[in-house]
Design a protein around this ligand. Structure first.
Ligand code: PLP
Length: 385
């Protein structure tokens, strides 16, 4: 190491994501002090008569364990992060910034909780809500005309459509607040702030935490956008939608291995998507890594990988239910982004959007051996014919 190389305990902006993931959020090194930021259980902190600057003050205002996680997510996204108690708490904090009478653009297909929240707030606060196909850049831009907020999710849950984030970001810059839910791609595959997004949302619950054991959310804004950061922090403070310290600890621990987990899950997904596409009981595979997928060229241009989520269309709801029930290794569960492979028929939820086909099964590919995963899918698919 040369004398001007950064010390291993001072994260450098030049470091690659794999290095940042391991190093961010660590305390300054001290002999016999913990290498990693420990869990701090505190509802309040000892005050100082001299200053309130930089002090945490009270447990709802800040916590050293959240700060470490925020440093990690912020470093990977290239911005400043705020952690919330869940992805939905983070989503609601953004919606709190939208005044009554606003016009909001929302994807036809996106996480059902966000769609429901926007419909609810829209009805209450007299918003005009314009729904769009995120893959149709011209249509999104037309709908964004005069809008106060454009909400994009890409790739979308559960239809796996891909938006042209650089084109949207460039066209909307300075005109409309652009929010991107980056849960599916993770900061490793795309960094929406660098494409012009104003706010990035993560359901940290998913790939970042990565072990299906913690609920958490995060928002990330540009380093220079102090006004938005402060406004979102004020909402968190006022609503009390704060992360649990144990959850924040688990999520930072998960983030350390995100690059490794994502690499394995994504490699598995690529193999499984090809094989699923060749199975006679599968009508359609939705995965941008497949050359025939409508989002392939765009994802190849704008993302640095195709991710670990695949959706497949089977004949109908009955076929999809039978397929899900027949798997043994794949877990029938509604989450995604964990180390374990999970699947579910999305329309089993009454709130799922009607644009999602009845026979669509979403697969969250984990890090198990790909041949074991395929053997289980193949026997389950064979069993429904
Ligand atoms: N955004 C996306 C894309 C999601 O898939 C989810 C949950 O599934 C959320 C947001 C909400 O996150 P949480 O469940 O942590 O509230």
């Amino acid at each position: 190491m040369t004398s001007d190389s950064p010390s291993p305990d001072e994260p450098s902006s030049a470091w690659r994501p794999e290095t940042l993931a391991v190093t961010v959020g660590r305390p300054a090194p001290e002999v016999d002090a913990p290498l990693n930021t420990p869990v701090t259980f505190a509802s309040t902190y000892v005050g100082s008569a001299d200053t309130t600057d930089g002090s945490l003050g009270y447990g709802r205002y800040g916590n050293p364990t959240w700060l470490a996680l925020e440093e990690g997510i912020g470093a990977l996204e290239g911005g400043r992060a705020l952690a919330f108690s869940s992805g939905m708490a983070a989503a609601h904090a953004v919606l709190e910034l939208v005044p009554a009478g606003s016009t909001v653009v929302l994807p036809f297909n996106c996480y059902l909780g966000v769609a429901a929240a926007i419909d609810l707030r829209g009805a209450r606060d007299g918003w005009t809500v314009r729904k769009v196909d995120v893959a149709g850049t011209e249509a999104v831009l037309a709908a964004a005309e005069g809008a106060d907020l454009v909400w994009i999710e890409s790739p979308t849950n559960p239809m796996i459509e891909v938006a042209d984030l650089p084109a949207l970001g460039a066209a909307l810059a300075g005109r409309t607040r652009l929010v991107v839910d980056n849960t599916f791609a993770t900061p490793l595959l795309q960094q929406p702030l660098s494409s012009g997004a104003d706010i990035v949302l993560h359901a940290v619950t998913k790939a970042i935490a990565g072990h299906s054991d913690a609920l958490l959310g995060a928002l990330v804004v540009r380093e220079s956008d102090d006004a938005t950061f402060r406004a979102l922090e004020a909402v968190r403070r006022s609503h009390g939608a704060t992360p649990g310290t144990m959850e924040a600890y688990l999520a930072l621990r998960g983030l350390r291995t995100l690059p490794l987990r994502l690499a394995q899950a994504q490699a598995n997904a690529g193999v499984l998507a090809e094989r699923l596409a060749g199975h006679p009981n599968v009508r359609r595979v939705r995965y941008p890594g497949l050359a025939e997928d409508p989002g392939h060229a765009r994802a190849a241009r704008t993302m640095s990988g195709f991710g670990s989520l695949i959706s497949v269309d089977l004949a109908d709801a009955a076929a999809a239910d039978a397929f899900v029930a027949a798997t043994r290794l794949w877990v029938f569960a509604t989450s995604l982004g964990g180390v374990e492979s999970m699947l579910e028929r999305r329309r089993r939820w009454a709130g799922e959007l009607l644009t999602v086909p009845e026979g669509l099964v979403r697969l969250s590919v984990g890090i198990e051996h790909v041949e074991d995963l395929w053997a289980d899918l193949a026997q389950a698919l064979d069993s429904i014919s």
